[in-house]
Design a protein around this ligand. Sequence first.
Ligand SMILES: C[S@@+](CC[C@H](N)C(=O)[O-])C[C@H]1O[C@@H](n2cnc3c(N)ncnc32)[C@H](O)[C@@H]1O
Length: 356
Amino acid sequence: MPTLTPKQKQVFDFTFSFIKSEGFAPSINEIRNNLGLKSVATIHQHLQALEKKGYIKREKNQKRYIELTAEISPIVKQEIIINPVKKYDVLPLNTIIHGDAVEELKKIPDNSIDLVVTSPPYDDIRTYNGFTLNLSAIGKEIFRVLKQGGMAAMVIQDSTKNFGKTLTSFKTIIDWCDNAGFKLFETTIYRKYGAEGAWWNKRFRVDHEYIPIFLKGERPQYFNKEPLKIPSKWGGKTLTGGGTRLTNGTRIATRPIKINLMKCRGTVWEYLTAGDGTRLKHQHPATFPDKLPRDLIQCFCPPKGVVLDPFVGSGTTALAAINLDKNYIGIDISKEYCELATKRIREETENNIQLL
Ligand SMILES: C[S@@+](CC[C@H](N)C(=O)[O-])C[C@H]1O[C@@H](n2cnc3c(N)ncnc32)[C@H](O)[C@@H]1O
C-alpha cells in the first residue's frame, strides 16, 4: 500500500477507530474537531488522498459515507494494535497536564478517579486559542477512568442560533447515558447572580447553566450533603404544617411545626459570580465560581480522594481540591492556562495543606 503522510495517517486512524466503536463513519466536522484543525477543506483533501491511495471509499454527497477498504495496510493495522497509549503506572497526582483531554485521559488507568468536575468548551462559543473538542469521546474516557460509584459533574449551557437553542447540553446528557454508560444522577441548575449580562431585544437574559451529575455504577460511592445545607427562609419559626396524605388515603392532622434553621439543598444551586476570584483568575475568560467545585467535591469526593478536571482552565477545581485536602489532576490544551493554573495553585492555596 502507498505510504501516508502523518496527517493522512491521523485522519485514517481516527476514522478507523470511530467506525470500529460507533459502527458508522465520522462526519467531516468530527474528524476536523478531533484533529484540532480549523479548515473543513483540509479534511476533504486528506480524505481525497486516502481514497486515491486505496485506504477508503467514499460516496459523493453522503454525510457519513466513508468505507474502509478491505486491504487495510498491515503497517497501519500493526500500529493500532501494537502501540496502544501507554498508561501511567502511578497516577500523576497533583499535576497540571498540558495536552488534549481525550489523548491525556487515555493515559489514565481504568477505575482510578473518584470525581470529575469540569466545564468543557461547547458550541465553539470560545475557541480557546483555536482548540475545540469531541464531547462524546470525552464522556467515554471519563466513564472509563472513574471508579465504580464515581461521579462526573459538568457545567454546560446551549448557545442560541437564529432563535433556536443548539441543545448541546441535552444531547450530551443523552449521549453520555446511552453511549458512555452513565446514569444521570441529577441535573442541577446553576443560577448565576452577578453582572447583568446582555439586554436582548427579542430574547430572555440567560442567567443559568446546567450541572448534569453523572454516576458510574449502581450507587454513589460517597455522598455527603451536610456541608451543602442552606438556610431555611422561615428557620426558627413555628408554622402550622403537616396534613400529608398517607397512601391509605388518611391525612396526618395539621399541627405546629418548628422549622429547622438549615435545610437540604434543592436542585437550584445559586452562586454569586460578580467579584468571584482574584486578578489572576480573571486572566481566564470563562471560569466557574470557586464555590461551585468546592460544593461538588464536599458532596461526592471521599477523604483523600482524586478529583479530575480535564478542562482545568485557570485551575479552579484543582484549588478547591487542594483546599479540601483532596488530590487533583488537571488537564488543559492551552499552555498559557496550564501556567495560569499552576501559578494560582502556588499563590492561592490555603496554608499548611497536607497532601497524600
Ligand atoms: C470553560 S474553560 C474551563 C474553566 C475552568 N472551569 C476555570 O474555572 O478556570 C474550558 C477550558 O478547556 C480548555 N480546552 C479546550 N479544548 C480542550 C481540549 N481538547 N483538551 C483540553 N482542554 C481543552 C480551554 O483551554 C479552556 O481553558
